[in-house]
Design a protein. Sequence first.
Length: 143
Amino acid sequence: MIFSLIYSFCFLVLIPNFREKIDAYFQDEDKLMGVWIMVKSEKDGNIRDDESIDQKYTYAFKKNGDYILDFRIVRKQLQESDMSIMDYPKIKWSIIEDSLELRAFSSNGNYLGSTSYQFHFNGDTLVLENSILKESFLKRKEK
């Protein structure tokens, strides 16, 4: 009991803007969930052709933390790598401060690696950026 009071005091009083940061986190998380379609891709500042745009591949952020790629992407990657669907990694997403982290796990739960993007919303557009790529997505309207 005493520990939780001290913990609450430290976060609510000693860390500036803690409440605003927590509120912003949950707003971003809620806004991120859903199915997205890439509408623009830039590499090193230049607009590039991307099959994801032409084919309108979908990228889904689920409430349980699953990140689900369009099955057409998965099928293509499986064919190119000669892997089975059982070997395809499960991808989980999370927000860590102002970064979106995607973590890959094997079918038996072993951690395989991760990638991080800076992200923000520009109106109804999700923008993901790293040192090389900048990709913009629109949320698919629910039917």
